[in-house]
Design a protein around this ligand. Structure first.
Ligand SMILES: Nc1ncnc2c1ncn2[C@@H]1O[C@H](COP(=O)(O)OP(=O)(O)OP(=O)(O)O)[C@@H](O)[C@H]1O
Length: 758
């Protein structure tokens, strides 16, 4: 391992002092930016528009300034982390978390945003290809203090071919970052992004990019930095639609939750698939088998049938009481009404109107005929006048309208029509299907085998599981939402709220004119509330928040992490959220654990984008040291002997240890690992069947130790990892070797393996 260049730790007092002066100047610039943003926000909040347009402008301005303020607040730590010196420019360039300019002078850049094109050489320049860079300097800071400098002179003469070169940039800073103890929360890598990662982060917005890489190659880090880069570079396009980042579970989302805010980006929605149906909390768990069946594409056909089964035609005829009488329609008439509604190809709840109309038309006819018969029942035959037609209807169009209206208002009639074509919600429909064996059979006969059907059955009150969410979403599409009434009510509410706010502001204006200077001004009291309300209203307008509440929201870009775990039905849901197909798909097909997950990207994506996706690969492992990867490689060979582990950047000199269950109490093993981690994080990864027992055994260790299944640990990392009973982990799942590979590669420093006894 080497760096292509001559690295120097040039921490001379003069150098440090020089950089300290510059960094201090940047912080005072940051402070004055903050003061300006605060002033502007205050001004925007105090102003109030007379017209709806002015109010909208005020809301937009206050939201802009609060966002700016939040961004300026988030870059406090590590504001500036790099400096570039060039061969043919005496002025160095400083690189940091956001761009700062010399507003007193001629707007020269004082600090380059890491995402700006001009900052790119900081990540790409190498001795072999220096891009005009003479020296790259990493500036280490603690709060606002400069504590160290790492310099690289990018001199071709210093290229060393004799060592295996991973093309690392800023090796000292990188290794320092990698050696750091883990806190349980992922950090950004903005100061040490490597060239192969940078290339992916800055890839085009359009199309589907698949990032394939072994464990620890920085896929998650790259995905998150790409979100920040895209929002910076394509802000106009993305600000209104937002960016969605999908992760496998809540623990993972918590783990990555701080990265984007630390990069000054808050407009991103982090979510699991299970959270993408507003109003549903998927708290249940499915068996592996049930999750696999629910994830199959054939479920689309099953659900289509579930809906069609609710569009019924009576066995013989349709009968309904109306006006002391019974109206009867032949089966064929109902069938024609159903066909007419189906032919519209609209979703069930929207096509329902067509069915109801056709039924009411037919019933009006019947009722009219009956009335005519009744009208003349007791009347003696009267000779016809000249020109009068014996068959001409007695009731006119107006009478028909009246009858139809009465039919539409009759509960008996609407109830009977409802039975045939009810208004449905996805939740109700899916619940009923799982709970009713006859319905399930009718919907899946010929599509699912008996044993597949059996795993779907469950009582109506069971909680939703994550794999139900794509099915609910599919049903929501098949059903559609007849929300015309709701939409009208919402628009009315919004108009009223605006009128109210404007009214209050007018009153404030008038009152203020009447008050003495030294009296308490009503506006001072009212202001605070109004401003708070306005602020809340404008903050509610962020794309991410609106998106979280709206099932039909479509995002400007979607990033999927641990994407190999997604089922075919998960992909369908995601594709609906991203009609532009601007996506970053991140994962490792060698780590797939989910029964319905991917073993090839083409299998997963081809259905949606054919071959229009581009593969980018990451090859260097930043997490797991060489010693541990030697063991992980054995598990990978069992998955597929052709696969190779990524190359580790680090060696620790500490070899993984092995023990046999029962030799020593688990508690003392774990105590030792906690001590060795020296304040870092420790995890015990257990077979799913042993999790409960191991958790109670290690109860006393509290927060210091995480006891997890491999599935739960996916995407996470810990300084020390103890893997319990690898044999059982392998035996418990058809993808057991993949699971073991994931388990071994969670460690940043130490790995211990406790084998099953006997
Ligand atoms: N350029 C870098 N500079 C500093 N740290 C890095 C860099 N790239 C990756 N890392 C660190 O390496 C570790 C692994 O990264 P990450 O979790 O993104 O890998 P991954 O490919 O998603 O792994 P897995 O597939 O196992 O989930 C993290 O701690 C991350 O911060």
């Amino acid at each position: 391992m080497s760096v292509a260049g001559d690295r120097q730790h040039d921490n001379t007092t003069t150098d440090l002092q020089h950089e300290q002066d510059y960094v201090s100047m940047l912080y005072s610039r940051l402070d004055s930016e903050r003061a300006t943003a605060e002033r502007r926000l205050e001004r925007a909040l105090r102003s109030h528009g007379d017209t709806p347009q002015e109010s909208a402008e005020r809301d937009a301005a206050s939201s802009l300034h609060s966002e700016r303020l939040a961004q300026l607040g988030s870059v406090e730590q590590g504001l500036c982390f790099g400096r570039l010196d060039f061969h043919d420019d005496p002025e160095p360039a400083y690189v940091g978390r956001l761009g700062l300019f010399d507003s007193d002078g001629d707007y020269e850049p004082l600090l380059l945003d890491w995402r700006a094109p001009a900052a790119r050489p900081f990540y790409l320049a190498t001795a072999a290809s220096p891009e005009g860079v003479r020296r790259r300097r990493h500036i280490r800071t603690l709060s606002r203090r400069v504590v160290g400098l790492d310099d690289e002179i990018l001199d071709l003469g210093a290229v060393d071919d004799s060592q295996a070169d991973l093309g690392l940039a800023g090796e000292a800073a990188l290794l320092a970052a990698l050696e750091r103890r883990r806190t349980g929360e992922m950090s950004d890598i903005v100061a040490t992004i490597q060239a192969e990662q940078d290339d992916i982060i800055r890839d085009d917005l359009s199309g589907v990019v698949v990032v394939q890489g072994g464990p620890g190659t920085g896929k998650t880090a790259v995905a998150l930095h790409r979100a920040a880069y895209l929002l910076y570079t394509y802000r106009r396009q993305l600000a209104s639609r937002g960016v969605l980042v999908v992760g496998p579970n809540n623990t993972f989302l918590r783990y990555i939750g701080q990265v984007l805010p630390s990069l000054g980006e808050t407009g991103v929605l982090l979510s699991t698939i299970g959270q993408l149906f507003p109003g549903i909390r998927a708290r249940g768990t499915d068996s592996r088998e049930a999750a696999e069946v629910k994830g199959r594409t054939v479920m689309v056909d099953v659900l289509t049938r579930v809906v069609a089964d609710r569009q019924r035609v009576p066995e013989e005829r349709f009968e309904v009481s109306f006006d002391d009488d019974v109206l009867v329609l032949d089966r064929e008439v109902v069938e024609r009404a159903r066909d007419k509604a189906r032919r519209t190809r609209r979703p069930h709840n929207l096509a329902r109107r067509v069915f109801v109309d056709a039924m009411l038309d037919a019933l009006t006819e019947r009722a009219a005929v009956r009335m005519e018969v009744d009208l003349f029942a007791d009347v003696p035959d009267i000779p016809l006048a000249e020109g009068e037609d014996a068959d001409a209807p007695v009731l006119d169009a107006g009478d028909h309208v009246e009858i139809r209206k009465e039919l539409a208002e009759s509960e008996a009639v609407t109830g009977a029509i409802d039975e045939l074509w009810p208004k449905l919600t996805p939740q109700r429909l899916l619940r009923d299907t799982y709970a009713d064996p006859d319905r399930l059979l009718s919907a899946s006969a010929g599509l699912l085998a008996d044993e597949d059907r059996a795993v779907l059955k469950r009582p109506a009150r069971s909680p939703w599981a994550p794999a139900d969410v794509p099915l609910l979403d599919e049903l929501a599409e098949l059903l559609g939402e007849d929300d015309a009434d709701e939409r009208a009510a919402r628009e009315r509410r919004e108009r009223e709220e605006r009128a109210y706010a404007e009214g209050v502001l007018d009153i404030m204006d008038q009152d203020e004119e009447l008050l003495d200077e030294d009296q308490v001004r009503i506006a001072d009291v009212l202001d605070a509330e109004l401003f708070a309300e306005r602020q809340e209203r404008s903050s509610q307008l962020t794309a991410a928040q609106r998106a979280a509440r709206d099932r039909t929201w479509t995002f400007g870009h979607v990033i999927v992490d641990e994407a190999q775990e997604l089922s075919a039905m998960d992909w369908r849901l995601l594709m609906r959220r991203c009609p532009s197909r601007s996506m970053t798909v991140v994962g490792d097909v060698a780590q797939t654990g989910a029964p319905g997950g991917a073993s090839s990207w083409q299998d997963m994506l081809g259905r949606h984008v054919e071959d229009r996706w581009r593969l980018r690969e990451l090859t260097v492992n930043y997490r797991t040291p060489v010693e541990i990867m030697d063991i992980a490689a054995e598990a990978l060979a069992e998955v597929d002997p052709e696969l190779r582990v990524p190359t580790s950047v680090r060696e620790t000199g500490v070899r993984p240890w092995r023990a046999t269950a029962g030799e020593r109490p688990l508690t003392s093993i774990v105590d030792e690992e906690v001590a060795a981690a020296d304040g870092g994080t420790v995890a015990v990864l257990a077979p799913a069947s042993r999790l409960g027992a191991v958790r109670s055994e290690l109860d006393g260790h509290g927060e210091a130790v995480s006891v997890l299944t491999v599935g739960e640990a996916k995407g996470l990392e810990f300084d020390g990892v103890v893997v319990l009973e690898p044999e059982r982990i392998v035996a418990e799942s058809p993808r057991g070797w993949n699971d073991l590979y994931v388990a071994y590669t969670r460690a940043t420093q130490r790995l211990g393996v406790v084998h099953s006894a006997g």
